[in-house]
Design a protein around this ligand. Structure first.
Ligand code: NAD
Ligand code: 0WE
Length: 256
């Protein structure tokens, strides 16, 4: 029997077959969960529908997380077909490309607001709409973060500030929905070559650095994150909430 047998999960953030959220989706399906996907825009639709079909997922809903009404409609729709919701995966981040290079001093007011809105605020909006459905049986919310929230990484810039806000959101939300037996956690993943990491100047150098300097001397894979996500969204982690859990080959423990 799968660890997620009988559970219903909604997953935000699949763009293609390299997405962290796609690895999580496959793993959750193998473990018996019933899934719904959301996607940002029409450009992604042509990729996500075949992926969904390949693992028997029929609920695929358009949702721009910058829009309250889109988020509302996702959960209103799921409430009509599902008797409660057990799992919510937030695997979404965005900053304008020109904010992710050069000096942090050049961060614009609009660029700051956009990165915070899509990458951090959206978690609050989702949990607010999910709460009525999730409190039926209790549930687990999981977001994706990066260590550049805590330490300065070149070029990550405004995204580092947005991830710091996302991690604080995890703690505040965990307290806010804990009485409904809803848990909220984040995984802080090591660098992965996904769409969101493509075009990042020097990604190869970052990966080489991790391989040379981490305690485990290896980069992570999407499956490593999916396995940790399975634990954090299953009943095995029933008393774990509000935490940031590293899946990074141990990178975060190093000083020099
Ligand atoms: P990805 O590009 O596959 O996923 C990012 C997703 O965000 C995409 O599906 C994109 O459509 C979605 N998105 C962006 N703007 C949106 C909007 N307005 N509305 C709805 N969706 C929107 O890349 P990924 O690496 O799988 O990223 C997933 C998460 O993991 C992100 O939060 C990212 O910050 C985090 N993360 C990534 C890495 C890495 O190195 N790749 C490391 C740690 C954490
Ligand atoms: O969280 C991320 C990706 C965040 C991201 C990436 C992009 C690129 C394309 C957010 N918005 C955009 N907008 C775009 O237009 N990661 C952890 C991967 C990542 O992104 C970096 C990294 C790493 C690692 C950006 C700069 C430096 C390193």
């Amino acid at each position: 029997m799968g660890l997620l047998e009988g559970k219903k999960a909604v997953i935000f953030g699949i763009a293609n077959e390299k997405s962290i959220a796609w690895a999580i989706a496959r793993e959750f399906r193998e473990q018996g969960a019933e899934l719904a996907f959301t996607y940002a825009n029409d450009a992604i639709a042509k990729r996500i529908f075949p992926l969904a079909e390949s693992i028997g997922v029929t609920q695929v809903i358009k949702c721009d997380v910058a829009k309250d009404e889109d988020i509302h409609d996702v959960f209103a729709g799921l409430g009509k077909i599902w008797d409660g919701l057990d799992i919510l995966i937030h695997s979404v981040a965005f900053a304008n490309r020109d904010e992710l290079k050069g000096s942090f001093l050049n961060t614009s007011r609009a660029g700051f607001a956009l990165a915070m809105d899509i990458s951090a605020y959206s978690l609050i909006a989702m949990v607010k709409e999910a709460q009525p459905l999730m409190k039926v049986r209790g549930g687990s919310v999981l977001a994706m973060t990066y260590y550049a929230s805590e330490k300065v990484f070149p070029n990550y810039n405004v995204m580092g500030v947005a991830k710091a806000a996302l991690e604080a959101n995890v703690r505040y939300l965990a307290e806010a929905v804990g009485p409904d037996s809803i848990r909220v956690n984040a995984i802080s993943a090591g660098p992965l070559k996904t769409l969101a990491a493509s075009g990042v100047g020097g990604f190869h150098q970052i990966a080489a650095h991790v391989e040379a300097k981490t305690p485990l001397r290896t980069n992570i894979e999407q499956k490593d994150v999916a396995d940790a996500a399975l634990f954090l969204c299953s009943d095995l982690s029933r008393r774990i909430t509000g935490g940031i859990h590293f899946v990074d080959s141990g990178y975060n423990i190093m000083g020099m």
